[in-house]
Design a protein around this ligand. Structure first.
Ligand SMILES: [Zn+2]
Ligand SMILES: [Zn+2]
Length: 278
């Protein structure tokens, strides 16, 4: 069994229509596929679904789900949302991916994944040039996700490391960095949230390995955490991107099972049985 729940479309900052994405997923042989557009949020106009288009997103996504069901297509379609801490929740969804991209500073949205230059500016201007103050604040937001919204999945937990391979800004193996990250991880894992092993930064050329870093992934496994494999695809060419690598990393970290989505909701299956059809 294989599938991908974290994907975008032209309703937000993706390149393809919902139907093109769903049909591409079907031609890849996925058993399940979910839409997870960026939630509406003030200041997020350049990457979020707009207030005016949210109703259209939800109704078109649901119509495609019904179409695939009616025509007995091989891929089951689900309707979700990537809900930012600063974003607006919606009703009637199959699942919600929680995320925290950044900070609202002086009325301006500053995301940690925008560009290396923007992140350096943020650290310098707002965190006394101390990258660890920024990572602490980032993980404080992440830890808050499960308390302030109803979400099932935690998106790329350590998004803050996105540029570290190409433009190192802090030591992601240091105690200083890890202590707050692990606190947040423990908090969310205890609440039962499922963590993404996310290949999005690999398909975009920023990382050679999926999120989260191995040290975090191993710790998550040790604390009995749950994982799901997702691509964060923004176009048809990156759906289920390098799931083989994500699976190999999860196995290396000690995981033996992975969570998938079905008509009954989230289900646990052996990791060995995931992704074999691609
Ligand atoms: Zn996006
Ligand atoms: Zn996303």
């Amino acid at each position: 069994m294989t599938g991908d729940l974290h994907t975008h479309s032209i309703y937000d900052d993706g390149k393809n229509s919902l139907l093109e994405m769903a049909e591409a997923a079907e031609s890849l042989g996925l058993d399940f596929f979910g839409f997870s557009g960026h939630s509406f949020q003030t200041g997020g106009e350049d990457f979020c679904i707009s207030d005016e288009r949210m109703a259209d997103y939800l109704s078109e996504a649901k119509a495609i789900k019904q179409l695939f069901l009616r025509e007995e297509r091989r891929t089951a379609i689900y309707v979700g949302l990537e809900l930012d801490l600063l974003g607006r929740p919606e009703n009637g969804l199959d699942y919600v991916i929680g995320s925290a991209h950044g900070f609202m500073i002086d009325g301006r949205l500053c995301n940690v994944d925008e560009s290396p230059g923007a992140l350096q500016w943020l650290i310098k201007e707002h965190f006394d040039n101390d990258p660890y103050k920024m990572t602490d604040a980032y993980y404080d937001n992440i830890a808050r996700l499960s308390d302030s919204m109803d979400c099932d999945i935690i998106r790329h937990f350590d998004l803050v490391t996105k540029f570290n391979e190409k433009c190192p800004m802090f030591d992601a193996g240091s105690r200083r960095y890890l202590s707050r990250a692990l606190e947040a991880m423990e908090h969310l894992s205890r609440k039962g949230l499922i963590f993404e092993v996310n290949t999005g930064a690999m398909s975009r050329g920023w990382r050679t390995e999926p999120y989260p870093d191995m040290v975090l992934l191993k710790t998550l496994c040790g604390m009995g955490g749950r994982i799901i494999i997702n691509s964060d695809s923004h176009h048809i060419g990156t759906i289920a991107h390098d799931f083989d690598r994500a699976k190999a990393r999860a196995l290396e970290a000690g995981f033996r099972s992975v969570w998938v989505f079905t008509d009954q909701g989230f289900e646990e299956i052996p990791l060995d049985g995931f992704g074999n059809k691609i």
